[in-house]
Every structure is written in structure tokens, then in C-alpha cells.
Design a protein around this ligand. Sequence first.
Ligand code: PLP
Length: 396
Amino acid sequence: MINNTMKNYGNNRSVIRDLFEFGNQRKAIVGADNVFDFSLGNPNVAAPKEVNETIMELLQTKNDIYVHGYTSAQGDAACRQAIAEDLNRRFGTSFRKENLYITCGAAASLKITMTALYAPEDEVVVFTPYFPEYRVFAETSGYTVREAACDPDTLQIDFNTLTQALNEHTKAVIVNSPNNPSGVVYTEESIAALGKLLEEKSDEYGHPVYLITDEPYRELVYDGITVPFVTKHYRDTVVCYSYSKSLALPGERIGYILVPDEIADSTDIYAAVCGAGRALGYVCAPSMMQHVIEKCTGLVSDINEYREKRDLLYNALTGMGFSCVHPDGAFYLFVKSPVDDAKAFSEKAKEYDLLIVPADSFGTPGYVRIAYCVATDMIQRSLPAFEKLAEHYHLK
Ligand code: PLP
């Protein structure tokens, strides 16, 4: 006997991976320039130059053990110190290195945090649309997952659906802003109201309802929009961060968990985070990347490039008659399918070599996600194909 749950996760590849494979097959037939792959959230904008400079300097000036050796399980002290100082400088907080645990990216941050917080019968609430891996991480940790649909017009938090999803078994609510897949940034009022509601519910249930804030897109916001810093609005918040998007380093696997002193049971939670990282076999995050982060935390890839891509695609698609909430952050457009069945819409788009992701697995049937973190000239070349797709559905 083997683990059937794991076998099923292995066999049922995500729809995004399937599109990616389809794209590779089509590229071999029609040429790479004629396939328009908007399926993956793989940043196309380069990492800040300081990242590669730091790597070169490390290789030239430090010994192999420093660059490639194990670090302490919770992460190199200098790296954690640099992150704490950067957060304090930017958000007026007073975190210490003891509040930080360095991870292999946001996926690890989330899985470790969920494992650390879990007790039997616990539930976790996610807002739809949501990053599909939340369900994988939560269910394999033992949680029952409850979905709270966002407002269909704005894709902001809907407090009615949220209230219905909460109950005395709720251990945590996961919030992701800027959001994958919608690109929406939850407003300061909304985050403040969320904090207030969770305070009331924690009192009512007699235990803390934690907020897990998943923030890989924190710095990817446009037009002067600010992302509220969630720990300021709700005490019992655990921050799961990643440099995958802000520094364009998704393959390097580096991020952190922040457990503030103020949070209920802070010392125990930090210990449980260390224990969960150990139990899940992480050992430590990549040491060379920890040294890079020590020098580069706070830097961001060129936001203007993303903004230009967003404006180009958003203006073109809405001009063709597609309907889409204006995305203030991340690098996704969340487009309403012109037919109820978004899978059929995505299949039709494939006929024009447009690879766009049906959002059913994000908990929101009837939408597709278009990742615009791709070359700008590919976006330009794709527009005639989108035009044909719009004509097929008589959008104008
Ligand atoms: N959370 C969200 C919302 C994401 O979009 C992603 C990746 O796309 C992750 C977590 C995982 O990020 P990482 O590559 O840092 O593990």
C-alpha cells in the first residue's frame, strides 16, 4: 500500500501545468513566437542587479562553508536581523530577528505555518478566488477548508460570506493581497474591519482566530496604491512572505515567516514553526540566498515594467469587450468568461494559441486568469489572437 492521497496529488497535475505542457508541444509545431503563454506566474522582469552582484561577490570573497553550508534551522542570524530592520524601517514596527523564521518561499511558509497551528477538528477559511495550493496545504495538514466568496463586483472581502464561514472550529483565516488570481489589493478599511471581526470572534469562541497573511506580491502594486500592513490591524497575525516575486527569484526558494511578539502564544507558535519545519524535512533555507537577502531585502524588481504590461493588456482586452476588475497589484488579470463554462472558454482560446487558465480551481468558476508577467512584445503579438477570440464570442 502507498499513500493514495499523495498519489492523487501527483497524478492530477494542475491545470496550469497542463497548459504549460500543451504550450511546449504547440511551440514545437508553430514556433515559439506564435504561442502566447499566459499560464504561469513566473516573473519575466529581471531581478534587481544587486542580486547577481551579491552572488558574484559572495562567490569571490567568501569560503564555501559560508556560501553553501547549512545555516541554523530558523535561518542565518544576520539575514533575519536585516529583514527585521527593513520591516521596522518601512512599517514603523519593532520586530526582532527572533520573530523571523527563514523558509524555502511562500509555499513552505504557508505549509509550515498551517502545520504549526493545527489541532484536531480545526478549520481554515479562504477567500475565493484563492491560490489553489491553500487547499492542498490545509487539507494535508488536517484542516477542513471553508470558502468565503468575495464580492462579485469588486472581488474585495464580503463580510457576510466571511461571517457565515466562521465558527468555533476556525483556527485561521488566510488573506492574500495583492491577490493571485484577481490582482485586487484589499483596502485598508477592509483589513481594519477584518481585524475587528476576528477580534470579536476570538472573544466569542474563547480562542484566537489567527490571520495568516500570504504576501508574495506585497511590493507589486501600481499607481501609488499602498498595501496595508496587516499586523497593525490585527494582533494575532502570522506573515508568510516570499522573495519569489518581489526579487524575481521563484526558483531560488527563499522567504520567511514572521511571528510577532504580540500574537497570542507567540513563543509556543515560534517553537511549533521550528518543529513543523523540522518535521516537514526542510532542514534550512538555501544558505547562499539567505546571504543575498541579507544584502537585498527591501529591493524590488522594476515595477514600471509590470505596470506597462498591465496597462497594455488591460486596456486592449477591455477595449475588445472583455470584462475584468481593474487590478491594482500582482501580475494577473482576472477576466470574466463570456460563457459560463470557463474551461470551454480556455479550450477555445487554445485554438488561437492563447494559453489562459480557467479559474475553477481558484474557487471561482466562470473566470480565467491571465498572467501578464511575460515579455511585452509577446503581449503585443498576442493581441490579434485575443481580437479573434472576442469576435468569436461577439463581444462588441
Ligand atoms: N502564494 C501565492 C498567492 C502565490 O501566488 C504563490 C506563487 O505563485 C505562492 C504563494 C508560492 O510562492 P513561492 O514560489 O514563494 O513558494
